[in-house]
Design a protein around this ligand. Structure first.
Ligand SMILES: Nc1ncnc2c1ncn2[C@@H]1O[C@H](COP(=O)(O)OP(=O)(O)OP(=O)(O)O)[C@@H](O)[C@H]1O
Ligand SMILES: O=C(O)c1ccc[n+]([C@@H]2O[C@H](COP(=O)([O-])O)[C@@H](O)[C@H]2O)c1
Length: 213
């Protein structure tokens, strides 16, 4: 008598795990890239989507470079990593950029994916000032990463909404990169090589007088 082989037990399908790295990226630098890479590795993420802001309302007091420049620099910086992508959802939506919209838009494009929103310690400390903060914290799991000069804490946030992660310390900020370019100092190795070239080609961050030469 032959016994029919019992069907193998159905394995629950693994949900796609998607990181969201939101930022103004003016310009994108190695602090952003290392944070995303580290979270992707430790959380076994399939992909990380970098989402440049459209109108970063909490930076309204200062001049932010045109969204297309910030988007293209993010594309250049991530092009060599097969797991990194850049999304236009925030720059194609008019009005102030709210993460509640970002997460909903990304979720609509990737139904079923488990979402991990990556933030540095400084952004995490401000999260309760974001629009619909309570909903935001329900729509994705937040991963707060260390950043030199900022305290990383989730004590102001509801339990189980945010995980904290130590990442290699990169004392780099976009503001410092912009200041260096404006002063004629190098940003090599603070931002990817292609981003240095893009900044030079488009005369970004230069004092107005030096763009006419
Ligand atoms: N060096 C860094 N290490 C870890 N996280 C970082 C670092 N720089 C930025 N981040 C995080 O990346 C996200 C996007 O940051 P953003 O684009 O505002 O860069 P920034 O360097 O803080 O810019 P700026 O200096 O213009 O304010 C935020 O969550 C921020 O906390
Ligand atoms: O949702 C909000 O109200 C909100 C307010 C400030 C910042 N954020 C998000 O936080 C991320 C980092 O922003 P920023 O301004 O530090 O580059 C980026 O994804 C922003 O859209 C979101």
């Amino acid at each position: 008598m032959t016994t029919a082989a019992s069907p193998s037990p159905a394995r629950p399908e693994r949900r796609e795990r998607l990181g969201i790295m939101g930022g103004t990226f003016d310009p994108i630098h190695h602090g952003h890239l290392v944070a995303a890479s580290e979270v992707a590795s430790l959380y076994d993420l399939d992909e990380v989507v970098f989402v440049p802001t459209g109108e970063p309302w909490q930076k309204a007091a200062r001049q932010v470079s045109p969204a297309e420049h910030r988007y293209l620099m993010a594309v250049i910086a991530t092009a060599s990593n097969p797991r990194f992508w850049v999304s236009r959802v925030d720059i194609d939506r008019s009005g102030p950029t709210y993460s509640v919209d970002t997460i909903r838009d990304v979720a609509a494009q990737r139904p079923g994916a488990e979402l991990f929103f990556i933030t540095g310690a400084d952004a995490l400390s401000q999260i309760l000032s974001w629009k619909d903060a309570a909903s935001v914290l329900e729509l994705a799991h937040f991963v707060g990463v260390t950043r030199p000069g900022y305290e990383l804490t989730n004590s102001h946030l509801p339990d189980d909404t945010v995980t904290l992660l130590d990442v290699p310390a990169m004392a780099i900020s976009s503001s410092a990169c912009r200041e260096r370019v404006a002063d004629g100092r190098p940003v090599w190795y603070l931002v990817p090589d292609g981003v240095v070239q893009y900044i030079n080609k488009h005369h970004l961050y230069r004092p107005v007088s030096s763009t006419s030469s």
